[in-house]
Design a protein around this ligand. Structure first.
Ligand SMILES: [Fe+2]
Length: 573
């Protein structure tokens, strides 16, 4: 954060200036003790030598100050670490050596004991300042005792006593202020970065950590996983039990998340009832384990009023994506995690889902030159996804189901590929439809239906035809709303006039629509859905294909519930 950088820079400047000044004093003392030949001679007396040294040292400080932008992270650290303690001890040991040498040469430089004490106080706080104050006091009085045994009672005992008091006051004051500053800063940081209700980090801090973690993962070529979790049916809970109870749920959920996540990961409240977790160095499977631990803990917690919720329990849906496997940029990582969450939420909820894209898999089989075009279509599709969240998961699911049904029907490889790509892009024409119409929960007006919704297969086919490599898929898109009895749109084609692949997609499109929650209605049960499909045989759907579909619908249903999706998908028990 900018203010933090500014602050660290200022603190670094002060520390650096102190270090250099202390160094200057030490150098001066050394020159004084050893009477350096190139300065101390008959022409240049001792005073001139000291002036030269002071001038040189401060010139050095000036140079360092002008180069302060290059200062590394010299900041106040809560824990000095082994290296910090070693450096402080070296400063102390050097000071003791210089003072002893000076004493042996008939000079008293005990005032230099202030240096290690100030150094320890500034760098590590009051506790270490006082410790070094004690070390210095021992050194001062030990010298007194030794001197006592050699030369009789020390003449400087009183002065040394006063010096020790000054050193102690310095350690107490400087270290005390440093400690207060550190604690205040920590409190301020917490106030600015923590979510008051859940005690987790807030969204602003989440982005700050995520940016840093992503840069590090990129630099060190390591994995970085992201989890976004959303409480299912939270609106129902809030509407039934009130917002105070809703806040309690968020608080408990936050506590559970904090309790179960590993230390090295960062958990934040991402939105109203959404939580995000950053997992540096975690691959998708490791992130999935963390996600499942959270989901199971929330599911088993006895929240007040959970009996009012569907399934009589409060649950979480979780999306997971991993850099670099699923996304190349930070923005992509967030979008794909959100996609995975949506996919987990749109069907059965209460599940953890790793990002998976059928279209990415299809694109991988394209020639390199065609991938750009395909990605362009994917971008177009993402525009529709932004307008209509239902289409997002729907395209992916329909594509997966056509794969199963097409294989059951023994479609030739090329036809199968056309069917899958057509299935993925079948609603691309919705890009022309306004967001308000796509998300309308009340019945559509005639003109909205005729001039927009009914036109989307034509608009979709027009877009597809622009891309030579995908042009074979345009009939699937153009005729996917034609009914077997001729009552469909846009052309009212009948029976075998409708391409075979479009008749397949017509069934799968309806199956997924009926099995999914929509803003204006809840999903049908599996049994209700089968009944509707059978009732529609001969009117909406090709009866022979419906018969075949009934043989394969179970495996599609298990896939739909996430029970047969390789090892990438985990379903609630
Ligand atoms: Fe459609």
């Amino acid at each position: 954060m900018k203010w933090e950088k500014e602050r660290n820079k200022k603190v670094s400047e002060y520390i650096l200036i102190f270090h250099l000044t202390a160094l200057t004093l030490v150098v001066m003392a050394l020159f004084g003790i050893f009477k350096v030949p190139f300065i101390y001679n008959k022409v240049m007396d001792n005073y001139l030598a000291i002036n030269v040294i002071i001038f040189s040292s401060f010139a050095l400080c000036g140079i360092a100050y002008t180069r302060r932008d290059n200062l590394s992270s010299m900041t106040l650290k809560e824990n000095p670490g082994i290296s910090g303690l070693i450096v402080t001890f070296i400063v102390f040991a050097l000071t003791v050596s210089i003072v002893v040498f000076a004493e042996l040469n008939g000079r008293s430089l005990k005032i230099l004991y202030l240096i290690p004490v100030i150094y320890a106080s500034v760098n590590h706080g009051k506790k270490y300042g006082i410790i070094y104050c004690c070390f210095c006091s021992v050194a001062i009085f030990a010298w007194n005792l030794l001197y006592d045994s050699w030369e009789g009672p020390s003449k400087t005992f009183e002065v040394d006593l006063i010096l020790t008091m000054i050193i102690f006051m310095t350690a107490w004051l400087v270290g005390g202020f440093i400690d207060i500053e550190r604690v205040t800063l920590k409190k301020l940081e917490e106030l600015a970065n923590k979510d008051e209700l859940t005690g987790l980090w807030n969204k602003r801090y989440f982005y700050h950590v995520l940016n840093k973690a992503f840069d590090k993962a990129e630099e060190q070529k390591k994995e970085l996983s992201l989890i976004i979790a959303d409480i299912d049916n939270f609106k129902i809970y809030n509407d039934t039990l009130g917002h105070i109870k809703g806040d309690e749920v968020l608080k408990i959920a936050g506590e559970i998340i904090k309790k179960v996540i590993p230390k090295e990961v960062t958990a934040a409240r991402y939105g109203g009832e959404e939580f995000a977790i950053i997992l540096p160095g975690y691959n998708s499977q490791q992130a999935l384990e963390v996600a499942e631990k959270i989901r199971k803990n929330i599911e088993s917690y006895s929240f007040d009023g959970k009996e009012y919720l569907p399934g009589k329990k409060l649950t979480l849906s979780i999306g997971i994506a991993t850099y670099p496997f699923h996304a190349k940029t930070l923005k992509e990582l967030i979008v794909r995690t959100d996609d995975a969450l949506f996919s987990a939420k749109s069907v059965t909820k209460n599940r953890s889902k790793i990002y998976y894209s059928v279209f990415d898999e299809i694109c991988a089989s394209f020639k390199f030159s065609d991938r750009d075009l395909a990605n362009m279509l994917k971008t177009l599709l993402s525009v529709i996804h932004a307008k209509d969240r239902y289409t997002r998961g729907h395209s992916e699911r329909v594509t997966e189901y056509t794969r199963i049904f097409g294989q059951y029907l023994n479609l030739p490889k090329k036809e199968q590929e056309i069917l899958e790509i057509g299935a993925f892009l079948h609603d691309i024409g919705k890009i022309e439809i306004q967001r308000e119409i796509l998300n309308k929960t009340s019945p559509l007006k005639d003109e909205e239906y005729i001039y927009t919704i009914r036109q989307h297969p034509i608009w979709g086919a027009e877009i597809i035809e622009q891309v030579a490599v995908l042009s074979d898929c345009s009939p699937v898109v153009l005729y996917h709303h034609e009914n077997f009895d001729g009552s469909g749109y846009p052309y009212g084609l009948k029976g075998n006039q409708i391409p075979y692949s479009a008749r397949i997609l017509r069934i799968i499109d309806s199956f997924d629509a009926m099995m999914s929650n929509r803003p204006y209605r809840n999903a049908l049960s599996y049994e209700e859905c089968l009944k509707e499909l059978q009732l529609g045989a001969g009117t909406f759907y090709d009866p022979e294909l419906i018969e075949a579909f009934m043989n394969v619908v179970d495996s599609i249903y298990y896939l739909h519930r996430g029970e047969a999706t390789k090892d990438i998908d985990v379903e609630a028990s």
